[in-house]
Design a protein around this ligand. Structure first.
Ligand code: MN
Length: 178
């Protein structure tokens, strides 16, 4: 498959009422989405809670900026990582389509991002929306990396989420000017 035909993914750091990282996988014309409070880990021993949230439109893939309070919880968003992904989900040796895998509560995928590479698995463990995001133990696994803290900048613009918020003029900063 040509690289340009592969489905895309994005991880958007989102400073809403609480900080989280939104992982979105392009599938069947929408972005299937999970909010990960601690962000992704490259350590296969780390299980990260991932709450499935509403599908987003595909054109949200490159959104970065400040969103109104009545949309998706408001707050500031940066494109923390982006790229393409490949589906690794199999049953009885056959590939399971991503949307079907998500309905079934388990999807496994290979990310080709700027910060993240390799296999991850998302598995529903509780109720409708509570999933765990875990790095697969492959050649790209690395327990020493911690990209959420060491590589905080946007892959689109190089800005941190605080810089994006400041450039948009947060209300408290305007207050400081009197
Ligand atoms: Mn969010």
């Amino acid at each position: 498959m040509d690289a340009s035909e592969r489905p895309r993914f994005v991880i958007q750091q989102h400073d809403a009422s609480t900080m989280h990282w939104d992982l979105r996988l392009e599938a069947e014309g929408v972005l299937k989405s999970w909010a990960v409070p601690k962000g992704p880990s490259t350590d296969p021993r780390e299980k990260r809670l991932a709450r499935q949230v509403e599908d987003h439109p595909v054109d949200y893939l490159d959104f970065e900026g400040v969103i109104p309070a009545d949309q998706y919880g408001g707050g500031t968003v940066i494109v923390w990582d982006a790229g393409t992904y490949g589906n690794l989900t199999e049953r009885d040796g056959a590939e399971v389509p991503v949307a079907e895998a998500i309905d079934d509560g388990h999807v496994s995928f290979w990310l080709e991002g700027r910060k993240l590479r390799g296999g991850w698995a998302l598995t529903r463990f509780r109720g409708e929306d509570d999933w765990l995001l875990v790095k697969r133990d492959d050649s790209e696994a690395d327990a020493r990396r911690n990209p959420v803290s060491t590589q905080p900048e946007s892959v689109l613009t190089g800005r941190t989420i605080d810089e994006v918020a400041a450039e948009a003029g947060e209300p408290d900063e305007q207050d400081d000017r009197g």
